[in-house]
Design a protein around this ligand. Structure first.
Ligand SMILES: *Cc1c(COP(=O)(O)O)cnc(C)c1O
Length: 431
């Protein structure tokens, strides 16, 4: 354990370190389980790299149109192999996770088609471009404007209502949409086991429907990915799990080759699809990030679990609980008041290596319905595989913690929240 004298130097009181260290002691069995999954996923990544004969020459720089970019091609081949997918797009031209998901939906859906979301309301920014909110006129070509119908089946507790899903599927249903991670909800992530069984039931009813998964925050948590258990298409962000903390931007799409092609046609233009797109030397960084990703994800996972343990011992409701099975890196903590959730984000920001001196404030972020407060003292702007915290400013004031390139940073963040709570007189340690 770290001695009091040492931690004083960093502004953390001894009782906080003692309390958190005790909590962590109880988690050692879980650390062992995480280690096994990390090893397996690391082997999977290396295996894909050696199978595809990755070589130094693939790290060359392409410019202009980016024709014959072998590095880009092999990166996408490796990525697809890791994900158990036929094909993948892994590109710096994909701006974000939202953009990657939009490529899939706009790529596949046509006027008159129905999109059926079966894990409740999609992530805020996705809901916006679907055009779900009838009263809010977001212009610029939402799916609704293009005549795509939308229907939603809510979760019941943490579970997908399979019967209702099957009932809602009709001849217009082109795509069934699942979000693996919590988003700004209060639920556990959908596990790969659950995903597999739900996809099985849907495919039994209609083998042609496209199963699309928002895989943000899910990569490398389990030993399999959605595309290994029947998902036709999935998308995610490279400044989350699969970028390993060093990808400076980008997103990915992976899945059936014909569907990835349609997404590529949206990214570029029909006819151009995936043959172009200069990478300016980023392929090496993507590959190195991918190589590091399983380990980085394990660090983030340990931080989430420690936070669950610590905050539940302090009397807060947490989701998931420390020993629940996990399928994303998100830890939700119900703080109950706007003040607490703001202090939580401020403390995480204060523990960051970058911009530690700024005080995050709630603001109207583009694409979100409510004000959102975000702490991200990150090397890559907004990167949430780095230690970060955020909260939409709405009842019941849930704070979301995720990331941490090292578990040590995650720990320091948790200590810092407790320290700030103590200084504000709101820390209630169990006696
Ligand atoms: C992060 C995230 C997205 C996409 O967000 P971007 O900020 O656009 O990368 C979509 N869905 C979920 C569940 C997410 O966590």
């Amino acid at each position: 354990m770290i001695k009091e004298l040492d931690m004083k130097r960093f502004g953390i009181d001894e009782e906080i370190v003692t309390f958190c260290s005790k909590a962590e002691k109880a988690l050692e069995r879980l650390w062992e389980e995480i280690k096994d999954t990390t090893s397996y996923n690391q082997f999977k990544v290396i295996d894909a790299m050696r199978k595809n004969r990755l070589s130094d020459r693939h790290f060359a720089v392409s410019t202009g149109y980016g024709y014959n970019d072998e590095g880009r091609d092999i990166l996408e081949r490796i990525f697809a192999d890791i994900m158990g997918a036929e094909d993948a797009l892994v590109r710096p031209q994909i701006i974000s996770g939202t953009h990657a998901i939009a490529l899939c939906l706009y790529g596949v859906l046509r006027p008159g088609d129905k999109l059926l979301a079966i894990t409740g309301s999609p992530y805020d920014t996705v809901a916006t471009f679907i055009g779900m909110n009838k009263n809010e006129s977001v212009e610029g070509g939402t799916l609704r404007e293009f005549g795509v119908e939308y229907e939603q089946i809510d979760l019941e507790g943490d579970g997908i209502q399979v019967d209702k899903v099957l009932e809602a599927m009709d001849e217009k249903t082109k795509m069934v949409y699942l979000q693996r991670s919590t988003g700004y909800g209060w639920r556990k992530a959908v596990t790969i086991t659950e995903l597999e069984s739900v996809i099985g039931a849907i495919k039994d009813k209609d083998p042609n429907v496209v199963i699309m998964v928002d895989n943000c925050y899910g990569e490398f948590i389990e030993r399999k990915e959605p595309t290994e258990v029947g998902a036709d298409l999935m998308a995610g962000s490279l400044i989350k799990n699969p970028g390993g903390g060093i990808a400076p931007m980008g997103g990915y799409v992976a899945g059936r080759a014909d569907l990835v092609y349609l997404a590529a046609c949206r990214l570029a233009a029909p006819g151009i699809a995936r043959e172009t797109g200069a990478t300016m030397g980023i392929n090496r960084i993507y590959l190195q990030g991918l190589f590091l990703a399983p380990t980085v994800v394990s660090q983030a996972l340990k931080t989430a679990i420690l936070a669950a343990k610590v905050f539940s011992e302090l009397g807060y409701d947490v989701c998931p609980k420390h020993d629940d099975s996990r399928s994303d890196i998100i830890q939700a903590i119900r703080f109950g008041t706007p003040e607490k959730v703001e202090l939580f984000c401020q403390a995480i920001q204060g523990a960051a290596p970058v911009d530690s001196y700024v005080v995050p404030q709630p603001w109207e972020m583009p694409g979100y319905h409510e004000k959102v407060i975000m702490a991200a003292g990150a090397f890559v702007q907004g990167s949430s595989i780095e230690l970060s915290a955020d909260a939409p400013m709405r009842e019941p004031f849930i704070g979301y913690l995720q990331g941490g390139l090292t578990h040590e940073h995650g720990k320091f963040g948790i200590y810092s929240v407790l320290q700030l709570f103590k200084e504000k007189g709101i820390l209630r340690m169990p006696t």
